[in-house]
Design a protein around this ligand. Sequence first.
Ligand SMILES: Nc1ncnc2c1ncn2[C@@H]1O[C@H](COP(=O)(O)OP(=O)(O)OP(=O)(O)O)[C@@H](O)[C@H]1O
Length: 581
Amino acid sequence: MGSTRLLRDYVKANLGMYATGVFFIILSNVTQSFFPLVLGHLTDDLQQKTATLESIARYSLTLLGIGVTYGVLFGIGQYTNARLGRKFEYVTRQKLFRHFASLSEYYFSRHGVGRLLSYVMNDVTAVRESISNGVNQTTNAIFFILSAFVMMSLSSIPFSLIAGTLLPMATIPVIVVFLGPRIRKRSLEVQESLASMTESAEEQFGGIRVTKTFAAEEMASARFGASVDRIRQNQLALVRISSLFQTLLPFMGSLSMVLAVLIGGYMTLTKQISLGSFVSLTFYLRMMMTPLQQIGNVINMMQRSRASLERLNNLLAAAPDIRERPDAAELGPGGTDIQIRNLSFCYPGSDRCALEDINLSIKPGRTLGIVGRTGSGKTTLVKLLLRVYDPPAHTILIGGRDIRDVTLSSLRSQIAYIPQDGFLFSTTIRDNIAFSNREAMEDEMKQAARDAQIYSSITELPQGFDTKLGERGITLSGGQRQRASLARGFMKHAPILILDDSVSAVDAVTETSIVRQIRASHKDKTTLIIAHRISAVKHADEIIVLDEGHIVGRGTHQELLAQKGLYASLYSIQEEGTRHA
Ligand SMILES: Nc1ncnc2c1ncn2[C@@H]1O[C@H](COP(=O)(O)OP(=O)(O)OP(=O)(O)O)[C@@H](O)[C@H]1O
């Protein structure tokens, strides 16, 4: 994808508004270019003593008129372009967010979240600056210089004098071509180091509890300091080259001025041009200095934003790993039996398979328990069911359909997945529980909270269900978080319910009540319960035991105990632990 694609599409979509902004800025410049001309005429009148009080007043009013008209026209143009810039920021951030939402977990595990955040913040802002300020200043500078050039040519200033004095300025494109790519390269380095810093900050803040409990603040701040230092070095490198660039352009302008004074002064003395022409010429050159400075800034800014634009375009070009087939069908709420056939799966880049040759059949309304040591592949199995990662073709079927042939939304709407970490959003408990259905009735939400055994804990809080959680609210305990996330899962009323070690942080008594509740109120649902504690699965219709990606045992609780395999030994260790507790 070309580095300008995002911008090109945006400009195309807003061409009318762009043209309006640019048009007003051009008009303002044409207006302003009359200023030195009027001043030149006044000088000539004064020198030839033809000026009267009345004509001086007229000249003053004309200059005032030029000033006011310029201000109004430029203001409108600047405002229009600034609006376009802000709109770009808004549209692009939304676009990025939608794109992020379509990317897989694998993508996020490869790119740090902090880094992606930096793209959304720093890079979008860098491009926005070039859209509003960049367009304003470029149009302003180019058109002022052009108008001034045309006005000078139309005036009585000899063309050879104009051409001679403008010669140093003609080197500007050469300087731009030479230094521009270097500025862009260094800008890219700055943006990269900013992204690393955001990533590091995100990680440090996320892990602040670990840092504090290990009294490792020194080490953490040294690590963070290193990423800040990298930014400083990269920024200094950028500042050096940008400063050189920004000084070279006005310097060329000053050289033009020196030539104008030398040659123009001589021609005025020898009466080849009038004093008015000399004043106009020097005034025009003086007025070109600011646009020249602006061009320097703008090109700097443009190079920086091109680097950002490149990163944004690359980001938007990243294709989601999990894609729907063009002819993907809807998975209906009907048949929810799950068939897993000869399923083997290795994570991308991993040489060891997380699952090997898994065969399973779960009939609708039945409960499957999955136990196994840590790292045995339990969560992987669920991730494949949800297509967080794509399983090989024809290995997982729901309701007789290969899950790769159905739309992602219809698949995921059939499954209520309750992960172990019990992640809650920084909003009210109500919004967290009613996440899948904000319109849900109060009673329905309260029932979900009761089923998850969290109701009384919530009502004891001063603001009950309206209690805010997260950074600016209260923090629930690990077990409370798990139960709130369980209530959120119940609220989905999906025909397949998956608990991924979702009650590991609650005490044994609460766990038993939750499991009993699930058996009673989810009788008609297909349920998968992953657990380390055998007490959470022992009532399941079937239990499978995973070990190093293989099913090493299956049957009911009693059957597995009789097999005296891994399950029986896990059970006896846990029973032993309970007795000693
Ligand atoms: N995103 C990933 N990329 C590469 N390997 C992974 C990834 N996620 C898990 N694994 C590996 O796959 C194997 C199975 O992991 P999985 O999370 O399924 O285990 P688990 O049985 O759920 O463990 P636990 O009980 O600790 O949650 C492990 O060896 C793990 O290191």
